[in-house]
Design a protein around this ligand. Sequence first.
Ligand code: CA
Length: 329
Amino acid sequence: MLDNPISPTVDFDKPGVQHGHLRLPHSHDESAWGSITIPIAVIANGEGPTAILTGANHGDEYEGPVALMDLARRMTADEVSGRIIIVPMMNYPAFLAGKRTSPIDGGNMNRVFPGSPGGTVTEKIADYFQRTLLPEADYVLDIHSGGRTLEFVPFAAAHELPDRTQRARCVAAMEAFNAPYSMMLLEMDAAGMYDTAAEEQGKVFVSTELGGGGSATTQTVAIAKRGIQNLLRHAGILSGAPEHRESFTLGMPDERCYVISESQGLVEPCVALGGTVRAGDVLMRVHDVHRTGTEPVEYRANIDGILAGRHFPGLIRHGDFIAVVAVPV
Ligand code: CA
């Protein structure tokens, strides 16, 4: 296989604090011999595990970038036992555009793994994580939020995994992150995800969904900052015990959790995020926008649980995600 074209301006084996870039050559009309320079920080000191922390895997999700830029600025080497590799804006072109996917190639970072060294810009970044960064990691944290089109109750997540030992280590790390909710996540489409790539390499992997709507709040940023510190303490990279507060554990037993739109129109939310629902309760009405006097289409919960995520914009189309109902465990 080709070598990956990204060259780092940091030395992953050097102790201390380094701020630099992953430099990816990108030739285009405005810069013939140009490059995309993805910010990266490496903080290393002595023996210990390696954690890779990422945000903006989707470019319109902001808690990760905010909390990780803050961490990179504050962290000193003498606080660390091991190594922290921070990439606050993983899909940097998407982040700069304020979009979920890359404006260069339309690439959705969380659908292109394992990537390709000779592929699109997004595939090249994915390949660098797949073959260069992930093999260095013991712990992998990828901070997501809902982005512009989704909104979630703030949760850290782990997946059901065939290896019981790895599953238990991922669950322990999710619980250490200690978001207000802890979710055993059922993916709608796990192929091509960074999550799957990290898990297949045997890593302890935690992801999150912290809020959404294409912005961050004081509460969700605080959850991200605290969760990162807790996870690094759990890993033994930072000293001290993780702070523990109450966290509600949620599960997603099967695809009945998800409700999908089969109409187009104006959204009327009927249950608040985090609210308790019973099977059959109306979660959302969708109003016809072309005439008055018509009945809205009602979308109902398939199962009992709590409303853990919802469609965020005021308009909706056929095939859009409406809501996810998760079950307290
Ligand atoms: Ca996301």
